[in-house]
Ligand binder design. Structure first.
Ligand code: ATP
Length: 302
């Protein structure tokens, strides 16, 4: 069984809940303030670890109280934190999230995450059969260095290009499995896409983005589930009908679960079905990191 290595962000999510979102310039009264461990890197590592994968997180925290709290939480999840550096040069990453009407808005202040560098990923002991995962909340050159190393070791590279930003073609070419939502796909391909677009159109756009013939592009479609283009093969997994409470971290749960399955040697279709089920559990709970399910919880609904 391979291991999952996640190079990515670690944040404290400060969540305010309200009956509706404010418009620009408007103030609305909220209901509650909650603190949740978050950051795409940490969330995806938590998901993979809870689902039984041996998981190592590579990242940076500030030397502050939020950093200490996050370290304790991530250690409790069974994640190897040997490659998490505490830095005095920046504060711990923080995300300000509003949740209303089962939807969210997010402002992320990167802090220490912006300092994760090529030196941090150079030392990681990746092996054949491992899965290397990253997202766009650490510097892109660091992700490229991480994926170069992973590919040289024979590991599979998984990129979740979120939050969306333009990426160099050389980075895309280092990706074995790209996991993104339809908005991110549209942004990277330079076309308008929405959740209601037909599957054929989404697959066409994915094909346009594909950088290598053997590259897999997985498009998560919220409650509609997931569509994937694996080389030339199209795979569709229908969304599960659930009552969504908070979709924060649904994409992260999906990526972490997919990585855990791939590290365990599961074929892609099976791994996608599992990740779709895991993410459907996470949307029924509040927060990001703490909403990730265990393997037993996913097995119970499959
Ligand atoms: P976020 O940014 O909120 O984490 P995302 O836009 O990256 O989410 P989505 O496509 O919304 O990702 O969701 C990822 C996966 O989570 C979906 O492919 C699906 O498996 C599951 N999911 C999300 N929303 C729902 C829902 N309402 N009902 C069932 N499953 C859902």
């Amino acid at each position: 069984m391979g291991r999952v290595f996640v190079a990515g962000s670690i944040n404290m999510d400060v969540v305010a809940t309200a009956d509706r979102h404010p418009r620009v310039g408007e103030t609305v009264a909220g209901r509650q303030v909650l603190y949740f461990p978050g950051g795409k890197g940490a969330n995806q590592a938590v998901a993979a670890s809870r689902l039984g994968a041996r998981t190592t997180l590579i990242g940076r925290l500030g030397r502050d109280s939020l950093g200490a709290e996050l370290k304790a939480f991530l250690g409790d999840q069974g994640i190897d934190l040997g490659y998490v550096v505490e830095t005095a040069e920046a504060h711990t990453g923080t995300a300000i999230i509003t949740v209303a009407e089962a939807d969210n808005t997010i402002v992320v202040v990167p802090g220490a995450n912006g300092l994760v560098g090529a030196d941090d990923v150079k030392v990681v002991p990746l092996l054949k059969g491992d899965v290397a995962v990253s997202q766009f909340e650490i510097p892109l050159p660091t992700i490229a260095a991480f994926f170069h190393r992973a590919r040289a070791a024979g590991a599979v590279t998984v990129l979740n290009p979120a939050p969306a930003q333009k990426m160099p073609g050389e980075l895309l070419a280092l990706v074995d499995i790209l996991v993104l939502n339809e908005t991110e796909l549209g942004f990277l391909a330079g076309v308008e896409l929405s959740e209601s677009d037909a599957a054929d159109r989404i697959i066409d756009v994915a094909r346009k983005l594909q950088a290598r013939e053997d590259q897999t592009i997985c498009v998560t479609l919220g409650k509609r589930g997931v569509l994937a283009l694996a080389g030339h093969e199209e795979i569709s997994v229908a969304g599960r009908v659930v009552k969504a409470l908070d979709t924060t971290g649904a994409g992260d749960c999906f990526v972490g679960a997919l990585a855990a399955q791939l590290a365990d040697g599961a074929p892609l279709r099976e791994a996608l079905t599992f990740a779709n089920a895991a993410a459907s559990i996470s949307v029924q709970r509040m927060g990001a990191g703490p909403s990730m399910p265990t393997g037993a919880e996913v097995a119970a609904i499959l």
